[in-house]
Design a protein around this ligand. Structure first.
Ligand SMILES: Cc1cc2nc3c(=O)[nH]c(=O)nc-3n(C[C@H](O)[C@H](O)[C@H](O)COP(=O)(O)OP(=O)(O)OC[C@H]3O[C@@H](n4cnc5c(N)ncnc54)[C@H](O)[C@@H]3O)c2cc1C
Ligand code: SF4
Length: 847
């Protein structure tokens, strides 16, 4: 074996490990021009150049190794950095200052270990069977994908952050998925018992079976599946593949073998300068143990890389940075469920701390604050189900800001005057992106230096290019800073589309773009390799709604399904015990006795709780996912259609009995309500739409609290628009008077289509109207006087929607492919035994 000498002119710096932190170190070295001072040699044992492990799971949803790559080989070549990929360092000879690989020995002057960690596989007999896998590298994901091809069930061992991410991946591979956790709850590091219980509930309703307090004793060949897990109580679970995600362990074997100081539970001991017990050798990232802690997140690794680069400087550094620990706060979306943990979220590290908790079983949200004994400072917070408060809480915590007088207002829903901590309230030192340690001040400075869009800010500061958790906060700080300088604020839909929702709507319509992927490819952001981005939770549902408003294709078509939320996916509203509600359309609230009998029979047959809703229809609660197609089959046979109670679309048209029965009635309100409901059913819009028709000015149908309210007059109909009930009620405004039937409908066509075209995402008609420049008068000009010449086009568009209406449920039950989604999740296909109900007032309700 040859020994390759270090260059006599320049000392050699060897970096072992080309993962996220190893690569960040290279960038930091280049930033300091240290690639000119050192001959830098990098070894990576994987085949791939450093890639974004944080977003590894996106490999299963379309991203490839290239698009996940954090750099290019050209970058390394340009900076004369020698890159040895697929070459594992197998030993370090400290006396000779050499590293060994199977190919050669390489001399070094300084060495950095950035070897990361490996997934811990518990020492369970049988853990090496075929089908037992881990989730850390691109190769691991290839192996999982291959194994999944011949599998129908999968189990993840470990219910922590990475375990749930792996579970989501298995679910995405169409496997019936279960998570087995040793602790009494999921994510025990981040959430407490109550939060864990809610998290479990939410994850189970998404179709993942959760088994806690289960210790696997052995794994053996299965009978009905490839493998069988035997637990401590001799219960068994059969599955085709098992993914171990039971924690990580530092890859400290090289350091251990060459005699560097190792922590009791592993990890290469480093000081504040990232130096190991041998000052020629540094360690960074997940392999490094600082102050007895391993940091399993990327942000602390990046901070270490910065410190290491300063430590390696050959010239005097003015203010060399030191590693002083890192905040482990996390904001995640796991299986679509928000979880946030800030600081001392459990409150067990802060003697004397006090807690506030808010638990909403209906909305399925849990929020907890841990505050100092005087209630002035935030020590920690926990969020399950809704991370909306995370950014604000994080700023109070990270900047030590004084809490409002009533700290509970930060976690209570819609408290009058709850102090929203806007970007203006943040000090310049507030950290916005913790992965790259970017402060509000740095963002201001970048704007002053000429960055005028978010892309430029990201390029300049790197903010939001790590885990991506600060994207929303970065945008709001950026917008605020622009506005405060009198510069134009960018109203892009999200980071993937530079267009507003309104502009995207026009693009979709004019260019007849019919899928999200086509829209992204033509008008969205692209990845560095030129392939389109995958989108996010903002743009996917917004575009789904636009596509439906324009072309009315069933939302359950394969191209549209990945864009929908859970309720739209299953065309039913999920209830708090994981069952679903079934709401058939009952136009105008009119129903025949025969149809009532069918509803009763279906309710009895499937043990459903029945309730008459405020929208004058009958809601059947408690349906199991696997029963939904059969229930809808029976309802559709009896002449019912979907009521779209789950969608951002037309809900109901409520009516009074009107002139047919009521002695005060001046018009047939029921007939008009039925006509309106049939016309606008299935219409998708930025938010839900409610209508009502009253037969006289006594207003028994409460039409003035609806988006579209119609009240009969002696001469026809008065039209009211943009009202709503709910949390912030708004009276509808009188828009036109004494309209005949046809004019009424034409006017509603125009109003609704103009709203659909011009509203923001998730904007109700009331807010749209309040934000409309020129107010009601402008709207009257556009709709009644046709000042923009749009009237006919708006009517035509509405007619196209009406003409293409199809009941989504009827469409789904006639398509075996679509029905596959409605199977129960448990591995043995039996109904979920955890759905427990109790009897109350003669009906079943969740226990
Ligand atoms: C699925 C998943 C999701 C995650 N999500 C998040 C998240 O949301 N937020 C977050 O902050 N963090 C997340 N993480 C953790 C994050 O990815 C790590 O903190 C980060 O990758 C650590 O970087 P590192 O360079 O220390 O280790 P790694 O990225 O693991 O890199 C180490 C590299 O060194 C190589 N290596 C090891 N030994 C040798 C050797 N002897 N010779 C040559 N090469 C060697 C390894 O093969 C590897 O490529 C996630 C991790 C995973 C797996
Ligand atoms: S609104 Fe008028 S017509 Fe309708 S029920 Fe009331 S009183 Fe009768």
């Amino acid at each position: 074996m040859t020994t390759l000498p270090s260059s006599p002119a320049r000392p050699t710096l060897i970096v072992v490990g080309n993962g996220m932190v190893g690569h960040h170190l290279i960038e930091q070295l280049v930033e300091r021009n240290l690639h000119c001072d050192y001959r830098i040699v990098v070894f990576g044992e994987e085949r791939h150049l450093a890639y974004d492990r944080v977003h590894l799971s996106e490999y299963f949803s379309g991203r490839d190794a290239e698009s996940l790559a954090l750099s290019t080989t050209e970058y390394y070549a340009e900076h004369s950095i020698e890159l040895h990929l697929h070459e594992q360092v197998t030993g370090i000879d400290r006396a000779k200052r050499e590293v060994l690989t199977p190919q050669a020995r390489y001399s070094f002057d300084r060495l950095v270990l950035a070897t990361g960690s490996y997934p811990f596989v518990p020492p369970i007999p049988g853990n090496d069977h075929d089908g037992c896998l881990v989730y850390r590298t691109l190769e691991d994901l290839d192996a999982i994908r291959d194994a999944a091809q011949a599998a129908s069930t999968g189990v993840v061992v470990g219910g922590g952050l990475l375990g749930l991410e792996a579970a989501n991946a298995l679910r995405g591979l169409d496997l019936d998925t279960a998570v087995v956790e040793f602790a009494p709850r999921l994510m025990p590091m981040q959430v407490d018992a109550q939060g864990g219980e809610l998290l479990r509930e939410k994850i189970e309703t998404l179709g993942v079976q959760v088994l806690t307090e289960r210790a696997t004793q052995r794994i053996e060949p299965g009978e009905s599946s490839r493998l069988r897990m035997v637990f401590q109580d001799d219960k068994v679970l059969e599955t085709d593949l098992i993914v171990f995600s039971a924690g990580i362990r530092p890859r400290d074997e090289l350091a251990r073998d060459c005699g560097l100081e190792i922590g009791e539970r592993g990890g290469v001991v480093i000081d504040d300068c990232c130096l190991t017990s041998d000052p020629a050798i540094l360690a960074v990232g997940e392999v490094a143990l600082w102050n007895n802690s391993i940091f399993g997140l990327v942000a602390p690794g990046y901070q270490m890389a910065k410190v290491a680069a300063d430590t390696l400087s050959l010239s005097e550094v003015e203010q060399p940075s030191t590693f002083t620990g890192a905040d482990m706060s996390t904001k995640l979306k796991l299986l679509g469920v928000d979880v946030g943990a800030i600081g001392d979220a459990h409150g067990d590290r802060s003697p004397g701390a006090k807690q506030y908790r808010y638990f909403d079983q209906i909305e399925q949200a849990y929020r907890k604050l841990v505050v100092t004994s005087d209630g002035k400072k935030l020590l920690g917070a926990m969020l399950v189900g809704d991370n909306a408060a995370y950014d604000t809480l994080m700023q109070y915590y990270a900047n030590g800001m004084e809490l409002p007088k009533d700290p509970a207002s930060l976690i209570l829903p819609n408290t009058e005057g709850a102090p929203a901590l806007g970007p203006d309230a943040l000090p310049e030192t507030a950290t916005i992106c913790s992965c790259h340690n970017v402060t509000k001040g740095a963002i201001s400075a970048a704007i002053d230096a000429g960055c005028s869009d978010l892309g430029a800010i990201k390029g300049q500061t790197k903010a939001s290019t790590g885990c991506g958790g600060c994207t929303a906060l970065l945008k709001s700080v950026f917008d605020h800073e622009l506005a405060s300088r009198g510069m134009e604020v960018d109203h892009s839909l999200c980071e993937h589309f530079t267009h507003t929702r309104q502009a995207l709507y026009d693009i979709v319509r004019v260019e007849e773009i019919k899928t999200f992927s086509e829209l992204m490819a033509k008008h969205g952001q692209q990845l560095d390799d030129g392939s389109p981005c995958l989108g996010c939770d903002i743009c996917k549902p917004a575009v789904a709604s636009i596509l439906a408003s324009c072309f009315n294709e069933p939302i359950t078509n394969a191209a549209h399904i990945p864009l929908q939320d859970t309720n739209d996916t299953f065309m039913a509203n999920m209830q708090k015990n994981g069952t679903y509600s079934v709401v058939p359309r009952i136009p105008g609230g009119e129903i025949t006795p025969d149809k009532l009998i069918v509803l009763g029979e279906v309710g009895k047959k499937y043990n459903l709780y029945t309730k008459i809703t405020g929208g004058q229809r009958i809601d059947l609660f408690g349906a199991r996912l696997e029963d939904l197609p059969a229930i809808w089959g029976e309802l559709i046979d009896a002449g019912f259609e979907t009521g779209h109670a789950y969608g951002k679309s037309t809900r109901t048209v409520k009516s009074c009995v009107g002139s047919t029965w009521c002695r005060y009635g001046v018009q047939d309100s029921v007939g008009m309500a039925i006509r309106l409901e049939h016309r606008y059913k299935g219409l998708r819009s930025p938010h839900k739409l409610k209508f009502a028709v009253s037969g006289c000015t006594r207003e028994c149908a409460e039409a003035q609290s609806k988006d579209i309210g119609v009240i009969a007059t002696e001469n026809g109909w008065n039209l009211y628009i943009c009202g709503n009930g709910g949390m912030r009620p708004r009276h509808a405004e009188l828009f036109a008077t004494d309209l005949d039937d046809e004019t009424l409908i034409r006017t509603i066509d125009r109003v609704l289509m103009f709203y659909i075209r011009t509203a923001d995402r998730l904007q109700r008609t009331s807010v749209w109207r309040e934000n409309l420049e020129g107010g009601l008068d402008y709207l009257k000009d556009v709709i009644l006087s046709d000042s923009l010449g749009l009237g006919e086009a708006l009517e035509r568009q509405m007619q196209a929607i009406v003409d293409t209406y199809e009941c989504e449920w009827a469409n789904a039950i006639s398509d075996p492919e679509k029905l596959k989604r409605f199977r129960t999740f448990v591995n043995d296909q039996r109904p979920d035994p955890d759905i427990i109900v109790t009897e109350e007032r003669g009906q079943l309700r969740p226990a």
